[in-house]
Ligand binder design. Structure first.
Ligand code: TYM
Length: 337
């Protein structure tokens, strides 16, 4: 019976996103869009990683506002709280608690190798805090508490996922099978959406140049304009080739939103100019994002519903994650009360 339950169990999915600004097209294509699609087949848990946001100095009132907006945005992007567990990280105290324990099983050398730590500490030289350094231990806790099989993320989070796996394997080797070893689920197209102004860099919501990124709430006209301004090259051919970073980026975005293959795109735009292609990409993106903007506006009108949903989410998340935490505490030798 137990064996049967095991084989019939729906696979568990978990992922999170920081509330540090409106989600970008990168967040959407690389991660959130796939989260919505996975809800039918899997048992999913998604959360707003507000504790992670504290690693960079935040204005308190703005963080509170952005956290609520990010929660509404998740729902607007198609995450259905009737189907998935949706919550806010800081509402579930088990995350911080397991994070501490796991940080004692994570090595200084491992954390020092994290590219995100190196990048962020170079960017915020006045605030290279311990949280920025131990961030992956909190991320490991976020994940391992829910025993997920897959973690759908963009390519930039792969290294953190690998560290989570290493820590989980280390822990299991010491104490028996406490954690499920999760696998990263990275989409084939759109796993790394690049900046529209510098296609060698990742599209990021913290970019100071607003033309470098598209947010899921941008107006259609703004989206088309940003794509028209996208940096490409002096060549004229629309094809996916090494060295054509700008065009490659636009092709992967277009492919992700239309479902067309690169060959099909090359065929459809053969003999056409970059201008036509950029407009087509902009229009396709605007069309894809339109319902999100509409859903978001509607959801923000109903704060009571949002509060109700995140409170229920926190309750369920606490219940599920407490089971793992209790097991861990027992295994490492903490005396139960
Ligand atoms: P965050 O908030 O930076 O990004 C959320 C998700 O969006 C993906 N992403 C992108 N994908 C493609 N192209 C881009 N330009 C792009 N920019 C961002 C990210 O890969 C991510 O999947 N540490 C995480 C949040 C987190 C988390 C977790 C994720 C905290 N705990 C546990 C998974 C599991 C972060 O800062 O993501």
């Amino acid at each position: 019976m137990e064996e049967r339950e095991k084989t019939e169990r729906k696979k568990i999915i978990l992922s999170g996103i920081q509330p540090t600004g409106v989600f970008t097209l990168g967040n959407y294509i690389g991660a959130v869009r796939n989260w919505g699609r996975m809800q039918e087949e899997f048992q999913c848990a998604y959360f707003i990683a507000d504790l992670h946001a504290l690693t960079v100095r935040q204005e308190p009132a703005a963080l509170r506002k952005q956290t609520l907006e990010a929660f509404a945005l998740l729902l607007a992007c198609g995450i259905d709280p009737q189907k998935s567990l949706v919550f806010i990280q800081s509402h579930v105290h088990t995350h911080s608690e397991l994070s501490w324990i796991l940080s004692c099983y994570t090595q200084f050398g491992e954390l020092s190798r994290m590219t995100q730590f190196k990048d962020k500490s170079a960017k915020h030289t006045d605030n290279v805090n311990a949280g920025l350094f131990t961030y992956p231990a909190l991320m490991a806790a976020d994940i391992l508490l829910y025993q997920p099989d897959f973690v759908p993320v963009g390519a930039d989070q792969k290294q953190h996922l690998e560290l989570t796996r290493d820590v989980a394997i280390r822990f299991n080797n010491l104490y028996g099978n406490v954690f499920t070893i999760p696998e990263a689920y990275i989409p084939k197209t759109g796993a790394r959406v690049m900046s529209l102004q510098d296609p060698t860099r990742k599209m990021s919501k913290s970019d100071t140049n607003i033309n470098a990124f598209v947010t899921v709430l941008d107006e259609p006209g703004v989206i088309v304009k940003k794509f028209k301004r996208a940096v490409t090259d002096s060549d004229t051919e629309i094809c996916y080739r090494e060295g054509k970073d700008g065009i490659n980026n636009l092709m992967s975005i277009y492919s992700a939103v239309t479902g067309l293959s690169y060959e099909q795109i090359e065929h459809d735009f053969s003999g056409k100019g970059y201008g036509d292609f950029k407009t087509a990409v902009g229009e396709a993106v605007a069309e894809t994002l339109r319902p999100i903007r509409e859903n978001f506006a509607r959801l923000m009108q109903d704060k009571t519903y949002l509060e109700d949903m995140y409170r229920k989410g926190a309750e369920t998340a606490s219940l599920i994650s407490s089971r793992t935490l209790a097991k861990v505490k027992k295994k490492v030798g903490l005396l139960s009360k």
